[in-house]
Design a protein around this ligand. Structure first.
Ligand SMILES: NC(=O)c1ccc[n+]([C@@H]2O[C@H](COP(=O)([O-])OP(=O)(O)OC[C@H]3O[C@@H](n4cnc5c(N)ncnc54)[C@H](OP(=O)(O)O)[C@@H]3O)[C@@H](O)[C@H]2O)c1
Length: 357
């Protein structure tokens, strides 16, 4: 494809972890051209290697100060913290481009669902109903027609994909589900904090925001919409002293008599055609190494020998399937590109630490 016919893309928040990951992925995407990359705290044009040394000489444009709505791109990725995104997204939406927002600001169709979980009033509530939740495995048809795509949260992605077929089919109970998940520290963004300081984090491991993490209502809300029934669950996130990756352990009771083998077959049928969901054979368990730097969610099914509960052990890379990779997947679906374009070969071959070390 020649440069003139490539899709022009802009990345807002290019100096952050998910923005940097997105640049790396898009540089290897044959159908796009990066035409603008911005952040809020630069005063004049800055070369990319100021922020991402590994990208020295590889990005044709400098990082400039963000001016919402400018740039003339056909696809704009907004990779800013929540709260900031709702101030930026409307200006792009008005231009008619496809906007893919990686923050939580447009993940709830009813902004009232954010109340108590996110600070402040929504400043663009009218756009929430229009946004499509960009989890292609569940909402691919809607993503195809969307001009505003709300990219899912990192924890919700693997949790929802692990639970969806079992809940949708009625094989698993819709209440009493427990999600325990541990994330690498890039999930917290690049802003320095005391608990993210190396001596605090290294060789340490603990749960945080127990039972009150902001991704809890997102998981509940999306599953409720997808399975068309109320879903009740608890969620305990943990901080891992690693750069990237999320490992999930999820417990759900059976709603009816079904063998693990039959439940597995149901998952196999649900995800057989999905390029980025890998269902492990019974008896095998994913690891973070298996998904590091890739757009895969790896899912395995087990059964507790005493309680009979189903246990999912799943893994994803928070920066790829949990953020930038899923955003590229959404762009591919929306723009009619092959869904795996720019994702599969890179996921297998690239060094995942190149933008985060
Ligand atoms: N990290 C993950 O694993 C992950 C996963 C899924 C979703 N997300 C979501 O993706 C978004 C970005 O996360 P992140 O971890 O990449 O954050 P981050 O590392 O903190 O980076 C945030 C980026 O946004 C820029 N920014 C902040 N305010 C801005 C504004 N008003 N205008 C323009 N740019 C602005 C920052 O630049 P300055 O420093 O110059 O302000 C920086 O480039 C968040 O909403 C997060 O919740 C993150």
């Amino acid at each position: 494809m020649n440069a003139a016919s490539r899709c022009k893309v802009k990345i807002v928040g290019a100096t952050g972890y998910s923005g940097g990951e997105l640049i790396s992925l898009l540089l290897n995407h044959p159908r796009v051209e990066i035409t603008a990359i911005t952040a809020s705290s630069v005063t004049g044009p800055e070369p990319i290697h100021t922020f991402w040394p590994a990208l020295r000489g590889m990005v044709p444009v400098p990082v400039t100060k963000e001016v919402p709505g400018e740039g003339g791109a056909e696809v704009v990725f907004v990779c800013t913290p929540h709260g900031a995104a709702m101030e930026i997204v409307p200006a792009y939406h008005q231009t008619g481009c496809v906007t893919i927002d990686l923050s939580a600001d447009f993940r709830f169709n009813d902004p009232a669902e954010r109340t108590g979980w996110y600070e402040g009033e929504h400043t663009a509530p009218g756009l929430c109903a229009e946004a499509v939740y960009g989890l292609p495995e569940l909402f691919r048809g809607k993503v195809r027609g969307a001009n505003l795509i709300a990219n899912p949260g990192c924890y919700p992605t693997g949790a929802i994909l692990s639970l969806y077929p079992g809940l949708k089919s009625g094989a698993l109970k819709h209440e009493g589900v427990h999600i325990s998940a541990a994330s690498g520290v890039t999930g917290a963004g690049k802003k320095p904090k005391q608990n993210l300081h190396h001596p605090e984090l290294d060789q340490n491991f603990y749960a945080y925001r127990i039972g009150k993490h902001q991704h809890l209502p997102e998981i509940v809300s999306v599953l409720r919409r997808a399975v068309e029934k109320p879903v009740s669950l608890s969620f305990v996130p943990h901080l891992l002293p690693l750069q990237r990756g999320i490992f999930y352990t999820i417990f759900a009771a059976k709603a009816k008599e079904i063998s693990l083998k039959d439940l597995w077959a149901l998952y196999d049928e649900a995800y057989r055609g999905e390029p980025f969901v890998r269902l492990y054979p019974l008896g095998e368990t994913p690891t973070l190494h298996a998904v590091r730097g890739s757009n895969f969610v790896d899912i395995s099914l087990h059964q507790d020998a005493v309680t009979g509960e189903v246990i999912f052990a799943s893994a994803e890379d928070n920066l790829v399937k949990g953020a930038a990779g899923q955003a590229v997947q959404n762009m591919n679906v929306r723009m009619g590109f092959p869904e795996t374009e720019g994702l599969l070969p890179i996921a297998m071959q690239r060094e995942p630490d190149c933008v985060c070390s």
